[in-house]
Structures are given as structure tokens and as C-alpha cells.
Design a protein around this ligand. Structure first.
Ligand code: NAP
Length: 519
């Protein structure tokens, strides 16, 4: 089966044999993709001309209505998507829920939030400011939706959520989407786009998909477009410096890799609620989606006096995780998405193991078949000198325990990660929390503080909530996504109009104040 591409309002197959997608459990081929011979220049032009103008003819609330209909189509086909997630990337039901139900939840969130923007067609920032001695000449800042196309180049680990968490704010903003999913897991993205297109919800050109490598896609981006990339830091560097991106000053949002931290305070001692909550979160982050989450915990900072106790508990808990074929519902952790990804994870793991000791590793010929990898817990006592631990992301079920003795050494080691998506603190010591947060906040997009008062309610270290910002500085890419309606700013341009109060009043009649974005 070769997956078709949807470009210029038509389903079209790429030329040649294409690239094979596999079942990571059986190794069987499940589909093929090709972008060879496709006119990607025409595809972006079509989206700009047809898709953008049709979407811009609607107001924000009407576009929010499109998201609601998309979420209904995806909900109706949910069981089929779960099957594809299992067959194409070895997802357990829990893994598939994070990707598929997470997408539907995010679409519904934006449908609801954006309906509050009503019949407005642009956004304004605050009130007019006086520019002359009298009130007759004033300035007003606006945010205008982009007149181009949003090009998404996505990572393999979230073929569903990765598309829809970006598409929701783009479509609400009236900006059409061209999605290029990562090749190994493109099937789910393609089938979801197909279902939405077949349902006739969106105007022509509003949503396109190109499967396959499509390496020339960025050659055709223009000044009015936006590129949103999720993937490795290495590819991100190529995207940012692509000649067409540089020549046209194309806006680029990057979500890259990250060495996210879990931090136990000195009050999170064995027997405390905070210790137990940290254990639960670490096990979940190591095993959900086999650790293939950009937000997964990679470094675990723990007071020296508690590290042995934490190791012991984690060894016991990880020993109970069954790894295998997710077709068996008793299996807690599935494989990595492909043998290639497992090879990449093992190569990165070898770098960590060079100066770390192994705390838990049950990989053997029995478990370690195909793309399977059991959880691996390492320990590194070299503090700031543990270079690889603070530099290398293993995109799989691997994390490292690191002891600390003082707040200063803890802060220095966390900062050594050079920018992360998220860190979670397990403590109820307000002095500790209010010391650590400001000392690391400039290098993090999200900080989650867990104590017994939020133990049952908190949304999880690795879970990205649409109402809260997702992204991180430095090696995490420097991008920002979600954060409620704040996400719309990526798809708008700020400008200022200097004129009479009458002209500004006429423009303001069609505008809604940006302050609603922060509610
Ligand atoms: P990747 O190899 O960088 O690929 C990402 C995407 O870029 C894929 O669609 C890939 O297409 C495409 N691509 C690769 N080389 C390209 C080039 N020269 N020009 C244009 N496009 C190119 O990353 P990955 O292995 O899929 O994803 C794993 C990484 O993503 C991890 O490091 C993880 O931390 C990061 N990630 C971050 C987030 C976040 O939100 N911050 C979320 C998920 C994952 P092909 O597949 O066709 O090669």
C-alpha cells in the first residue's frame, strides 16, 4: 500500500517504489511513502491562494467551528487509529491515548477557546496611544493573520498529536496547513488527514499532506509563510539556516530535543508522599511510549542521602514492567518505533554508559528483539563533570540518577542541560522551591511542582496541556506552542497603524483585544 499525498486539492501518489514503513514488532512492511516527482512549489502556492483566502473569509468563531467538526470526525474513527498506532509504531493503548486522545482533546480545547473570539477578523493590542499634542493622531497595534501557509515538519513520535496541536491554532488563525509527517510513522497522520478531507469540513487548500522525505519543500517558502519544526537539534539547525528561510526571513518555530529533569527536594525522603509521587512519575516517564516523548524525564536529581533508597524502589517497580507486543493487553511497554530508532538509542546510550553505572537493565536476547528495549536506569556520581549525561539525549526508555549535596550544585547541574522543555520538583519545602524555580526558569519552558496537595490532581511531568505553554529555550529549540490562545501569535504579524481616531475606530470594530489570549 502506497500512501497518497493530498496536494493542490488532489490525491496524488509519489513516483517510484517509495520508502517502506514497518511494524516494529514483526518487522512486516505496512505501507510505503513517496514524495518523488511532486510539485511542492505548486502545492504551497495552492494552499496560499485557495486555502488562505477561504479561511480568511471566515471569522475566528467560524474557524473554531471547523475544529469542532474535525474533532468529531477523529473521535468517530478513534478505534481504527488505535490499531494503526499499534501496527505502525508499537503503541500500547496508553501510548495511543496520549497521541490520539491528546489530539482530540487539544482540538476540542481550541474549538471552545477560540469561539470566544466571536466574529472578529483581527486582533488588537490594548488601546490607541496618543502621538500628537491633541488626540487627533494616534497609534494602535494589531495582529493580522498571515496570508501564507503554515508548513509543519514533524517528528516520528507523535504522528497524531504533533499534527493537530499545531494545526488547531493555525486553522483558527485562518492559516492553511501543509503537514510533512516523519516517514516511519506517517500512516496515522495521512489517514487522519484523509478522513478529515473526505468529511468535507475544510475549504479547499486548508489542509494538505506530503508523505515521504520531501527534502525540497522548504525551497518554496515565502515571507508570508511560517515553518514549524519538531525533531532533532541537528535537523533543526538545517531548517533554521535553509537558504529560502534565510533569504525570505521566514518565521520558524523549533521544538527540538531536551534533557528534562525530575528534582527531589531534601524533604522528599523515603516514606514521604513527595518521594512516592516522584517514583510514580519517573516510572511512567520511562515507560510511556517507551520513553519516546520529548518531555520525558532524562535526568533525576536526588539528594545524596536518598539516592540508594530511590534506586531500590525504582529497580523493584521497573522489574514489574512487561515489555513486548502491545497486541497483548497485559504488556505495559511496547517497542521503539523502528529498529533504526533503537539503533540510534543504543548509540546514544553507549555514550552515557561510558561514565555511568547501570542500576537497572534487563535487556537480553529474550527481550531485546527487533525494536524492543526494556527500561534502563543509570547512575552518575560525577556531578557537573558528567558531560554526556548533561549533553546526550537517548530518545528511548533511559534515565540517569544523579546525586546532589547543595542547592548551588543542583542548580549548576540542571542549568548544564542548556535548555529544557520541562522540569518537575517533588517537594513541599517552599524555601527550596522558591530558590530553585527562579534559578532555572530562564532555561525551561515549564516547571511543575508536586507535593501531596496536588498528588491526585497534577497533570503529569510529560503531559502537555493545551492551556499551558509547550516549548523550551536553548537546545530545546527556543520555540513556543500552545499556551491557550497565545498560540495564535505564531500565525499573526504585529503592525501598527498611525491615524485619526475615526480610522482606528473603524478598524477596531473588526478587532478583538489580544488580552483575551491570556485568559
Ligand atoms: P528528525 O530526524 O530531526 O526528523 C524530524 C523531521 O524532519 C522528520 O519529518 C524528517 O523527515 C524531517 N527531516 C529530516 N531531515 C530533514 C532535512 N534535511 N530537511 C527537511 N526535513 C528533514 O527527528 P526525529 O528522529 O523524527 O524525532 C526525534 C527528535 O525529536 C528527538 O530528539 C526529540 O527530542 C525531538 N522531539 C521534540 C519534540 C518537542 O516538542 N520539543 C517533540 C517530539 C520530538 P523524514 O522522517 O522523512 O526523514
Amino acid at each position: 500500500m502506497k500512501l497518497s499525498n493530498f496536494l493542490c486539492g488532489e490525491w496524488v501518489e509519489g513516483a517510484g517504489e517509495g520508502i517502506a514503513l514497518h511494524n516494529p514488532v514483526t518487522g512486516d512492511e505496512v505501507a510505503r511513502v513517496s514524495s518523488d516527482g511532486l510539485d511542492l512549489d505548486a502545492a504551497l502556492s495552492y494552499a496560499r491562494m485557495q486555502g488562505n483566502s477561504s479561511l480568511q473569509a471566515m471569522n475566528y468563531a467560524e474557524r473554531a467551528g471547523l475544529l469542532k467538526k474535525i474533532s468529531e470526525v477523529l473521535s468517530a474513527n478513534r478505534d481504527r487509529y488505535y490499531d494503526i498506532a499499534r501496527i505502525n509504531y508499537g503503541a500500547t493503548k496508553t501510548d495511543a491515548a496520549v497521541d490520539i486522545d491528546g489530539a482530540i482533546f487539544t482540538l476540542k480545547f481550541y474549538a471552545r477557546a477560540a469561539s470566544a473570539l466571536g466574529d472578529a477578523t483581527l486582533l488588537k493590542e490594548g488601546s490607541p496611544v496618543g502621538l500628537a499634542k491633541t488626540e487627533d493622531f494616534q497609534g494602535q497595534h494589531y495582529l493580522q493573520p498571515l496570508s501564507g501557509v503554515a508548513v509543519f515538519i514533524n517528528a516520528f513520535n507523535f504522528p497524531s498529536w504533533g499534527l493537530w496541536e499545531k494545526a488547531a491554532p493555525a486553522i483558527v488563525s485562518g492559516v492553511p496547513v501543509v503537514i510533512k509527517p516523519a516517514t516511519p510513522t506517517a500512516w496515522l497522520t495521512q489517514i487522519m488527514v484523509k478522513d478529515v478531507i473526505d468529511a468535507g469540513i475544510l475549504p479547499k487548500g486548508a489542509l494538505s499532506v506530503v508523505c515521504g522525505s520531501a527534502r525540497e519543500l522548504l525551497n518554496f517558502v515565502q515571507a508570508e509563510d511560517v515553518v514549524s519544526f519538531t525533531g532533532s537539534a541537528e535537523t533543526a539547525a538545517m531548517i533554521k539556516t535553509h537558504p529560502a528561510v534565510v533569504a525570505n526571513s521566514v518565521r520558524v518555530n523549533i521544538e527540538a530535543d531536551s534533557l528534562n529533569a525530575a528534582i527531589l527536594g531534601s524533604d522528599a525522603i523515603p516514606g514521604s508522599d513527595e518521594f512516592a509521587l516522584a517514583v510514580r512519575e519517573i516510572v511512567s516517564e520511562l515507560t510511556t511510549k517507551a520513553g519516546q516523548k520529548c518531555t520525558a524525564i532524562r535526568r533525576i536529581f536526588v539528594p545524596s542521602e536518598s539516592i540508594d533508597a530511590l534506586s531500590d524502589v525504582l529497580i523493584t517497580k521497573l522489574g514489574k514492567i512487561s515489555v513486548g507486543d502491545p497486541a497483548d493487553e497485559a504488556i505495559r511497554m511496547g517497542p521503539l518505533v523502528s529498529v533504526e530508532q533503537k539503533d540510534a538509542a543504543l548509540t546514544a546510550l553507549a555514550q552515557l554508559q561510558a561514565d555511568s553505572s547501570s542500576v537497572f537493565d534487563q535487556n537480553s536476547a529474550d527481550v531485546d528483539q527487533g525494536a524492543m528495549l526494556s527500561p534502563i536506569l543509570l547512575r552518575n556520581d560525577h556531578g557537573l563533570d558528567a558531560a554526556a549525561t548533561h549533553d546526550v539525549e537517548v530518545f528511548g526508555p533511559v534515565a540517569t540518577l544523579i546525586p546532589y549535596d547543595t542547592d548551588d550544585s543542583l542548580i549548576a547541574m540542571i542549568r548544564r542541560g542548556k535548555g529544557s522543555l520541562v522540569a518537575s520538583l517533588y517537594s513541599s519545602d517552599i524555601d527550596f522551591i522558591t530558590t530553585i524555580i527562579p534559578a532555572i526558569a530562564d532555561l525551561h519552558g515549564r516547571l511543575m511542582v508536586v507535593d501531596k496537595t496536588v498528588g491526585k490532581q497534577h497533570t503529569g511531568h510529560g503531559n502537555v496541556m493545551p492551556s499551558c505553554m509547550h516549548g523550551g529555550p536553548g537546545r530545546a529549540g527556543g520555540g513556543e506552542e500552545l499556551g491557550g490562545l497565545r498560540a495564535l501569535t505564531l500565525y499573526h504579524r504585529r503592525y501598527v497603524v498611525q491615524s485619526s481616531p475615526q480610522v482606528l475606530a473603524a478598524l477596531n470594530a473588526k478587532a478583538v483585544d489580544i488580552n483575551v489570549l491570556c485568559q
